[in-house]
Design a protein around this ligand. Structure first.
Ligand SMILES: Nc1ncnc2c1ncn2[C@@H]1O[C@H](COP(=O)(O)OP(=O)(O)O)[C@@H](O)[C@H]1O
Ligand SMILES: [Mg+2]
Length: 339
């Protein structure tokens, strides 16, 4: 029952700081709370302090200041109790390219003191769960990025942790692998009540998967809340219009400029961020009509977490999506290759 009870406690962080001797204040006084069974998305660009936070919460790095309790245990004074309650898939995952997936699972179950006659059942069950049954006897060196991340997840689940830490579990993965992992993580939270602390650079990942999101930048949390609340609070929608007559594009720009700052649009269109929100849409239409500009196409774009990030930090997070294309090809090749 003790394990159950600790599982009913989530994560509580107060004033957590980590300073590196020759580096920056990587984590600069963060407060956050994760409720039991919740998926918390820790969203931020490279170097924001996500991994440093995870290393502290998983007891692998001592904090410079502040406190945190994970599953009810103090990360400094009760490190070993924290470690029994949590599972972690970290960024520098130590997979051995020469071992198969099944061999990794066997080692991990032994490491966690799982009874001998249960090891195989537990391994098979988890390999199946993450969709690696077919590839279980292939060497990990031939796995795609997505398969490695799925194996990391299975390894982290061996001892049925109540709290799971995932550090950028889908970075560099193609969209199918990413979606498959999202489904598995969502299922862990909803079916098994696992509390998930997940870091990501992907807006869509935080938006789709997380119950609540903390946005971290330069070691500080700059915004926190449900994705819907964050977007409602800060992001303003944009409206994009395409004139029926391309010659009207410039006049259309002039009219739309009355409603807000310019925003990115398709080549034929004009877009602005609506200062007054969605309710101004009707006025936009009336104004264009009053100037005799016929509209081919009109679309309202809902605010995104990137609008939130932009508003809070003055920068956009979208650039983070670039590194993907090259790895997608690799992934596809590895998925397809025979045993
Ligand atoms: N061991 C270390 N020594 C010195 N600086 C570090 C060390 N680890 C991380 N940093 C620095 O701390 C900051 C936060 O890093 P990190 O937590 O890895 O960010 P993220 O995971 O969000 O990309 C970065 O500026 C990084 O260069
Ligand atoms: Mg990191």
């Amino acid at each position: 029952m003790a394990a159950e009870d600790s599982g009913r406690k989530g994560i509580e962080v107060e004033g957590l700081v980590r300073e590196f001797k020759k580096g920056p204040r990587a984590v600069d006084g963060i407060d956050l709370q994760v409720a039991p069974g919740e998926i918390y998305g820790f969203l931020g660009p490279n170097g924001a302090g996500k991994s440093t936070t995870v290393l502290m919460l998983t007891t692998l790095l001592p904090p410079t200041a502040g406190t945190a309790r994970v599953a009810g245990f103090d990360i400094v004074a009760e490190g070993s109790l924290v470690r029994t309650a949590i599972g972690a898939a970290l960024q520098e995952a130590a997979l051995d390219p020469l071992l198969t997936g099944r061999e990794h699972m066997r080692l991990q179950t032994a490491l966690h003191g799982i009874a001998k006659d249960e090891r195989q059942r537990r391994s098979d069950e988890l390999l199946d769960r993450v969709g690696l049954s077919q590839a279980a006897d292939r060497k990990v060196g031939g796995y795609s990025g997505g398969m490695k991340r799925r194996l990391d997840l299975a390894l982290a689940l061996v001892h049925r942790p109540r709290i799971l830490f995932l550090d950028e579990p889908t970075t560099g993965l193609d969209i199918q692998s990413r979606t498959a992992l999202w489904e598995e993580v969502a299922r862990l939270a909803s079916d098994d009540g696992v509390t998930v602390f997940l870091t990501t650079q992907y807006l869509e990942e935080a938006d789709t998967l997380a119950d609540r999101v903390g946005i971290i930048d330069h070691g500080k949390i700059v915004a926190e809340g449900t994705p819907a609340a964050l977007k409602a609070e800060i992001g303003r929608p944009t409206v994009e219009a395409v004139p029926r007559d391309p010659a009207d594009r410039e006049r259309m720009e002039g009219v739309l400029a009355r409603f807000g700052e310019p925003a990115g649009a398709s080549p034929k269109g004009v877009a602005v961020r609506l200062e007054g929100g969605e309710s101004e849409l009707a006025e936009v239409v009336r104004a264009l009509d009053a100037d005799d500009i016929a509209i081919e196409h009109l679309q309202l774009h809902a605010p995104s977490l990137d609008d939130v990030f932009l508003t809070k930090t003055g920068r956009s997070l979208e650039g983070a999506e670039e590194a993907e294309a090259e790895e997608e090809a690799e992934d596809a090749a590895a998925e397809a290759s025979p045993a």
